[in-house]
Design a protein. Sequence first.
Length: 394
Amino acid sequence: MSASSGLALPEALELAASALPQAADSIRPANGDPIQLHRLLDAQAAVQVLQWLLENQPAAGVQLVDAWAEDPDCDPALLQQVEPGPLGKPARKALRRAHHRLRSRGIEVSEPAAPKVVATIGRVEEELKAAVLTPLDPRGSRIAYLDEGKPSGGVRIFEVMFDEERGIVGFEIYTAARGKARRFLQELTSRGRLPAVEAPPEAVRALITRVSRYQPSNHPPPRAFIEWRSRVTAAPSGTATPGELARAELGPSGSDLVGRVVEMIQEREIGPWPPENPALQAAAEKVVDLGKSEPGVAATARSEQVEGIVGDALAEIFDAGFASRCAERFEEMAYVFWRQDREDDARACLATADAFKGEVPDYETPGRAMLDVLLKPALSALEEGNDSSAGEKS
């Protein structure tokens, strides 16, 4: 993603018509002619269109400023009502040039009123607080998007991919015009079966900070993350993560809700989040080996063997460290469901988080559901082998 600022005026105006539907019926008949556009737009709409172009398509916006400044029939007040705060350097320079032309024609140009500047700063600060989080994917990874304004104009977007097991695994930086950045974040929150959700930027930074502490020593974070770390982890001490915010809002959840999480795991809506633990692969190999030996074992005995393998793996995989990471993941998924107006599912995730991190962890039910999904290929192969052996005997 990069700032799109090179479109010609007609193409840029078509984008403005889509972004400003209330002015579209006046924009399109002008066919890209700046003078005709001025005649068709009322004063308020003209300022809105010019402001939008200067923010989102600065090259075309500068062209419109120059055309209107040269037009003796253009109301000079239009060029004085544009808010310079959100604009990049080329757009602000064009406005200053236009004001100089107006003054050279004997037209008084006043500086923006103080209250207007204050309002502009407030609006910009609000835009700079956007942050978006994706849900955890089946691997256990997710992406956070944080934006910040650039001194030269536009927005810098930080894309951070992280994982409670693997730490910071990806980091990218993009630049875009403010409008394009805003639309990009909005698209993330409206697509897919489990769309991304908005979150307080400080809470997202607190989450990234926490996960960065889990960085494995043999897998350092991306170099760009190290260079920009302070920009994406600068949260005051004690700042709540999104999941902690959900818990504070929703309060305690009963353990009877864990069954709903088991259903979501089985339906592949959440989890299974494989651990970085060789015990998982060892368990899968043991199940496969069962199918290679003792083909005549009865179904009941075979089921007991499988239960023994899975039970041993459950105890070995869900040690204190991994159980704690699972608790954090379920708590953070609670925030996603809460923001998607799925309060019951959010409470179920909080209840499951409690099960994983209690003084006496009770993770057998959700943990077993996760292992069943993770071991499904091996278990399915074993079952098919049993069915084949039974068919041969008959």
